[in-house]
Design a protein around this ligand. Sequence first.
Ligand code: NAD
Length: 380
Amino acid sequence: MVIQPKVRGFICTTAHPIGCEKAVKEQIDYVKSQGKLDGPKKVLVIGASMGYGLASRISAAFGCGAATLGVIFDKPASGNKTATSGWYNTKAFEKYAKEDGLYAKTVNGDAYSDEVKKEVIDIIKTDLGKVDLVVYSLAAPRRTVGDVTYKSVLKTTGAPYTNKTIDLRNNTISEVTIEPATAEETEATIKVMGGEDWEMWIDALKSADVLADNAQTIAYSYIGPKITHPMYYEGSIGEAKKDLLASSRKITERGVKAYISVNKALVTQSSAAIPIVPLYISILYKVMKEKGCHEGCIEQMRRLFGKLYGGELNLDDEGRIRMDDWEMRPEIQEEVSKLWEELNQDNFKQLTDLDGYWKDFYALFGFGIDGVDYNADVDA
Ligand code: NAD
């Protein structure tokens, strides 16, 4: 079939297998170009099919020569529907890993469930013995525990918050007022995106004796500048991230060194859903590209692995790794704030890198990739 993008707001309901494969290959080539690291050898990546998790998996495999076991939640193609891009990404990753003689297996199921945890442990026991790094990179809208399904919300807390936003359906700038989350909504967001499930994973792996003595684990967070705080850091998702930080300390106390890496704001399927943040990202892209310090997920994760294995961690006061160090440089943030103030419907195309935003967005689904014929018939 001929596969074209079908975008609805911040979601694209189709994905292109060849485009996804090429995008994965580009990430692999980048990591290979950066040289080998003396890093982990057997790695579990939970949330491995897109964004930061996929980039972590690629950095571990092609940067460190690691065997990788991934956990994803993706759909294969059926009828006239394409697979999800995470499914195509994973097929491509496995293909290139195999070509390089690297072990790569993937469990496709709900990472929050006991069944998937058990399946993963069984595979580690049979194939790998023990793992020495666990990357926890889930970004999910919901989590089911027993009979209850918790839904995460992207809302502020305290008072309603009004600021500029971009409507991605029609590329217009408007004001948006975000209502505060109720206490129940914040609690549910913590259940989904906080640290409880990360702790459950590490406890399960530890009691099954599939963690190497020197095993480490890492999960990802975001802080960002003041403009985004009411929406992110001080919003419902920020509360979940504080819980994630608390879990990193509890896991470390229980004998497995757990890190939080605060990553840069980037276009991923998850970040596109947050009000205000896409507008901030498109200004940030412009400023960081102009100053020559822009990175995507793969550059961020390869740099993170360099810090974790042999480099300087430079932890902040809370003990977090700061991969947002370049994003948060004063000269970057001063310029972003200035543009944010000036920005309106008439000038936003000049003041933002909206084209760069959309290019990255389409690329998430394998579209707009150089050298792919999007009019050709492909096997979905
Ligand atoms: P993403 O949407 O690109 O990837 C999320 C991954 O989680 C996918 O592989 C998906 O398949 C998997 N997943 C979702 N639900 C699952 C489930 N129930 N079971 C198994 N797998 C499941 O997200 P991302 O932006 O890469 O986010 C990953 C982490 O990085 C999150 O903790 C996020 O908060 C954090 N982070 C993101 C940004 C950003 O700007 N995108 C910045 C800093 C930190």
